[in-house]
Write a protein that binds this ligand. Structure first.
Ligand SMILES: [Cu+2]
Length: 544
């Protein structure tokens, strides 16, 4: 049943504290930002004709705009990005904007603000461009909200975003943007022949689709297309920051936008290593170890590997030969059993670029299939997807791409080489130990610098945030090769990043910026448990 969502957004200002080193523990850069805060205020079910079908239910009374104390509690709390809004085709979205003003500056900045929904087929009166519609004026402290409400009824699924369009050059740069994700509804899926019932599970034109788990919902599809099923989807909201511009706005001095030269690059409002952190940080860690961001912007992607489905036409260049897999190696009976039960996760990255520079976004490990571009599906020709398979996707400013990945298992090809050695080469662990020993003899050995044993993860150790996301020994390389992980292939850690590699820095310091991690787990394993529950059988080497 479709719903009316009543969102209350509040325009205000704040500070973010960007990392300046790879560990995230060095003193941070304090940057002034604008943004929207708030969230879902109330919700109501409607019928397919848009008539109310139940009572309005208030879910977050703290966002009631009539109460001045609610508004004043939100002043100065802006971060990047603004809240993620999730709705479905057929829903109605009512976005009520209250402008709290920009009171952290001296004197306060009393600009109007707007909400423009990027990609929406919407009437110009509510398009959020102040010159063609209206801007929302400031509500002073101690007053009930001076509000105007935008209305959006999505016609199609896809990865949208919204931003303020008042003096867009400045207000977007200052951080006034967030993701707006529209999922298919059960009705829009059914109109495309995709249905679920309790007897046959998911069907397409009444033909069973056993590859889609019965637990899947309409929110496991990117579009009204059976081929856009995913196990998990992740917003990757890309943007960039010129901290000098932000400082100029804060000090109310001149800055010419054509002098734009970014020094930080963000995914979901954060620069690496903050992209590893959970969205909500305990208050005692803010701001020394970063800042919390709204729900739904987790950038630490976790997926489970498994067996690729036997639809090889879907994967260009597939050269795996199952007949050649040795019976006592990577595919033990137990492993085979588990993998058969668990197909590889499909995961969707929703790349949205709201920055001022194009982003060549590159994912290690797998090819991404472009299933959507700018909220339109691109899956017409699944039998010849080569032209839609990318290892790098160039996302221009204002574009969104939906990329679907299959987290297939690389053990059958690589486990023997890594753990046992092959073609005359010893195991990788032996090779690394040998290289270390010989470099010590040769005088070229560089010992790990302080913290390098935990490189990139120092912030995890110091904050104690490892539990739930990270596994001992909190060191990806050690886990892959070291004694703690003898003959365990998982978890694997792929990186995904801006391939303008100087943007994988924080003001020039590598690694930082637009870099994120995709953790790949053994099928059925629970690496989130503490200690991790590992069910992966150690790799056994083939008999000569
Ligand atoms: Cu604005």
């Amino acid at each position: 049943m479709p719903k009316r969502y009543f969102w209350n957004l509040f325009a205000t200002d704040g500070f973010i504290h960007l990392p300046t080193d790879p560990t995230g523990t060095a003193p941070r850069k304090k940057v002034y930002v604008f943004g929207f805060v708030g969230g879902l205020y109330k919700v109501q079910s409607i019928d397919d004709c848009g008539r109310p079908a139940g009572p309005e239910k208030i879910v977050n009374p703290q966002f009631d705009t009539k109460l001045p104390e609610n508004l004043d509690a939100l002043r100065g709390k802006a971060v990047i990005p603004s809240p993620r809004i999730d709705i479905e085709v057929g829903d109605e979205l009512y976005l009520t904007l209250t402008n709290l003003g920009l009171f952290l500056t001296d004197p306060p900045i009393l600009d109007v603000h707007t909400i423009h929904i990027h990609g929406a087929h919407i009437a110009t009166q509510i398009d959020g461009v102040p010159e063609t519609s209206f801007g929302v004026p400031v509500t002073p402290p101690g007053s009930p909200g001076i509000t105007v409400t935008y209305f959006f009824k999505p016609e199609r699924p896809g990865s949208f975003f919204y931003h303020c369009h008042q003096e867009a050059s400045e207000h977007v740069q200052m951080g006034m943007y967030g993701a707006l994700i529209v999922y298919p509804s059960m009705k829009s899926l059914a109109e495309a022949g995709i249905r679920k019932d309790r007897y046959r599970g998911w069907t397409l034109n009444w033909i069973p689709q056993p590859q889609i788990p019965v637990t899947a919902t309409n929110r496991n599809f990117a579009y009204n297309d059976i081929n856009t099923f995913f196990n998990s989807d992740w917003v990757v909201l890309l943007s960039d920051i010129d901290s000098r511009w932000h400082q100029a706005v804060f000090e109310q001095t001149e800055f010419n936008p054509v002098d734009y030269k970014p020094d930080w690059w963000l995914i979901n409002g954060r620069a690496f290593p903050d992209t590893l952190l959970p969205t909500t940080l305990p208050e005692n860690l803010v701001p020394d170890f970063g800042y919390s961001i709204p729900d739904g912007y987790e950038a630490y992607v976790r997926v489970a590997t498994g067996r690729k489905e036997h639809s090889k036409t879907h994967f260009y260049g597939d050269n795996e030969h199952e007949d050649c897999e040795h019976p006592d190696g990577a595919e033990s009976a137990e492993t085979l059993h588990q993998n058969k039960l668990r197909p590889a996760d499909k995961f969707l990255l929703r790349l949205i670029n709201v920055g001022y520079q194009p982003v060549p976004f590159h994912t290690h490990g797998w090819m991404g299939l472009i299933v959507g571009k700018d909220t339109h599906p691109r899956v017409a020709d699944m039998n010849n997807p080569a032209h839609e398979m990318n290892f790098t996707t160039l996302v221009g400013s204002g574009e969104s791409y939906d990329l679907l990945y299959t987290a297939d298992d690389k053990r059958s090809t690589y486990a023997d080489y890594i753990f046992c050695g092959k073609a005359g080469f010893p195991s990788l662990k032996q090779q690394i130990a040998g290289a270390t020993e010989r470099s010590k003899e040769a005088g070229t050995f560089i010992p790990p610098s302080p913290g390098a044993g935990d490189l990139w993860a120092e912030i995890i150790l110091q904050t104690g945030l490892g539990r739930g996301s990270f596994i001992t020994p909190y060191n990806w390389a050690t886990w892959n090769y070291g004694s703690a992980a003898d003959n365990f292939f998982f978890p694997q850690f792929y990186i995904a990043h801006n391939h303008d590699d100087y943007k994988v820095t924080n003001n020039g310091v590598y690694p930082g910026g637009q870099l994120m991690i995709i953790e790949t787990d053994f099928p059925g394993s629970d690496y989130k448990a503490d200690p991790p529950a590992i069910t992966e059988p150690p790799h056994t080497c083939p008999q000569d």
